[in-house]
Design a protein around this ligand. Structure first.
Ligand code: CA
Length: 234
């Protein structure tokens, strides 16, 4: 396991830096955010693989962020590790009741934190053979082999094109924003989203019968792209 995107929500810059550096050394891709409102916005637009969440924050506090994350279908699966400075057991219980997956009391060691992060990602990772193939209308994705087929014909996709298609297929029927694509495929936060449009165009030329009037990957103006679930296709 490596390369998972972890959002560190912590207003004390020194702690955030330390945590991010520790995670980076373990092969993760950390991002830092110091304010509660910004944190929720980042979680919603970029959907990190895991969130390390301090409880006492400017703006929305950690409990509120956790509550809103777990209420939204788009973010409720994202694992959360709470950081708490308080002695009060009720804080921890409240956090866990809101859906946090684990917690650490400050001060904690980096070793302890990275061990918990790894354990949580391992626990939540789907295991076994299930989910190896993903069918979406005429499209079929071989998740392990990173290959896509259209009506059983192999599509010659680049790795980036494949990864975009897989992300859209895993979210079929849901709009994925350009910012989210940019973050999850390229690891860029808030960059130029034309990169995304160019790749979508290339992808459409390979999978759509008529790329000018796409039926599989729909454009939702100002919102993003959505892969048709396949139910209403001819
Ligand atoms: Ca704090």
């Amino acid at each position: 396991m490596a390369g998972e995107r972890i959002l560190v929500v912590e207003d004390e810059a020194a702690i955030a830096d330390l945590v991010a550096e520790g995670l980076r050394r373990q092969g993760f891709r950390p991002e830092k955010v110091h304010d509660g409102d910004q944190a929720l916005e980042m979680i919603e637009t970029t959907r990190p693989d895991l969130v390390v969440l301090d409880l006492m924050l400017p703006g929305l506090d950690g409990w509120e962020i956790c509550r809103r994350m777990k209420e939204s279908p788009a973010t409720k699966e994202i694992p959360v590790i709470m950081l708490t400075a308080r002695r009060d057991e009720r804080d921890v219980v409240a956090g866990l009741e809101l859906g946090a997956d684990d917690y650490l009391r400050k001060p904690f060691s980096l070793l302890e934190l990275t061990a918990r992060v790894k354990a949580l990602l391992r626990r939540l990772r789907p295991s076994g053979e299930e989910g190896e193939f993903l069918q979406c209308g005429p499209l079929r994705l071989d998740i392990k082999g990173q290959e896509a087929f259209l009506d059983e014909t192999p599509l010659n996709l680049s790795l980036t094109e494949y990864r975009i298609l897989e992300l859209l297929a895993k979210n079929a029927g849901r709009t994925v924003s350009r910012d989210e694509l940019l973050a999850r495929i390229w690891g860029l936060y808030g960059g130029d989203t034309r990169t995304v449009d160019v790749h979508i165009w290339r992808l459409r030329r390979k999978i759509e019968a008529t790329p000018e009037t796409p039926r599989l990957i729909e454009t939702l103006r100002g919102r993003g792209y959505r892969l048709n679930r396949g139910g209403d296709l001819p």
